[in-house]
Design a protein around this ligand. Structure first.
Ligand code: 2HA
Ligand code: ZN
Length: 300
């Protein structure tokens, strides 16, 4: 739904639709918002978002904040504590999916199923400046998104902007049968198929079963994301990050493809993991050299 379809809600929040209409391209029509909606739809097409499963956040660039400002509510919401703190997010703006929203609906109605929050000066609270129509709120995993965004911003000198949480089935299934240490889990995926190491040379970290939605999973995930672009949540899903929507989505695809190959190989092999052939250890080093990858040496 375009913003003019819902002018009454906008007026209720103190926004002049007329002001927005004459001062730029609607938020929904801007490239970052289209990329956000497309990733949500693509994740659904993969079968990774049953019901309201999964969530997505994007850290706006300063010029994107500038081009959205005329559409922001005149009266933002009051500040809501995040339950975690990230100094380097002070003053940042995020487009985030709404709590309870089904990702299949994000592209159809962005300002109901997502919204933009501003992070406060202390990096420990957010307020709504756009979207989250009809009293919606940011995702239940807002704390995890905040600390993940913070960790990846730091790890990539500010390049990373997208954090994506999905429930891909083979990745989740693998957490039932593969030891949950990062080295074993990473090598299992790397050895399943060539593209795995190419896509995630820093490997994947794993957070053992943790109740979602709070600061515990947020802190454990941020610890992993300091030196990995992907964090697997045992018996739940994965959280991954990238500079672009393509990068984050491609990572999730590569992890899930490798998990799928390994799972199918186990099935073909009667359940055992002593395969007739795998990529040997020297083969992994060979991939790293051939592609010039900044590979995590501890996992070779
Ligand atoms: O329902 O995926 O992790 C959203 C989630 C919680
Ligand atoms: Zn989830």
């Amino acid at each position: 739904m375009g913003f003019l379809d819902d002018a009454q809600t906008m007026f209720d929040r103190g926004v002049s639709a007329a002001k927005g209409a004459v001062s730029g391209v609607a938020v929904e029509q801007q490239a970052f918002a289209k990329g956000f909606a497309r990733l949500a739809a693509d994740g659904c097409a993969q079968g990774w978002h049953e019901g309201n499963g999964g969530n997505l956040s994007y850290r706006l660039a300063p010029e994107e904040v500038a081009s959205c400002r005329s559409f922001f509510y005149d009266n933002p919401s009051s500040w809501v504590p995040m339950g975690v703190r990230a100094d380097n997010l002070s003053g940042e703006f995020f487009l985030v999916t709404a709590s309870g929203s089904h990702l299949r609906n994000v592209a159809l109605d962005l300002d109901a199923n997502a919204g933009i929050v501003e992070v406060g000066p202390a990096g420990d609270a957010w307020r709504i400046v756009w979207g989250f129509k009809d009293g919606r709120m940011p995702t239940s995993e807002m704390a995890a998104h905040a600390l993940a965004q913070s960790a990846r911003k730091e790890a990539t000198a500010g390049r990373s902007r997208v954090v994506y949480h999905a429930h891909p089935a083979y990745t989740v299934a693998l957490t039932n049968v593969v030891p949950l240490d990062a080295r074993t889990f990473t090598r299992t995926l790397w050895k399943a198929m060539l593209e795995a190491m190419v896509a995630f040379p820093s490997g994947v970290g794993v957070v053992p079963w943790t109740v979602p939605g709070g600061s515990a999973i947020a802190e454990a995930t941020a610890e992993v994301l300091r030196d990995h672009a992907v964090c697997v949540w045992a018996h739940h899903g994965l959280m991954c990050a990238g500079a672009t929507f393509d990068e984050a989505f491609g990572l999730a695809q590569a992890v899930e493809k490798a998990a799928c190959v390994h799972a199918r190989a186990l099935m073909m092999n009667g359940g055992g993991d002593r395969f007739a052939s795998t990529i040997p250890d020297e083969g992994l080093r060979g991939i790293a050299e051939a592609y010039g990858l900044a590979v995590n040496e501890a996992y070779l």
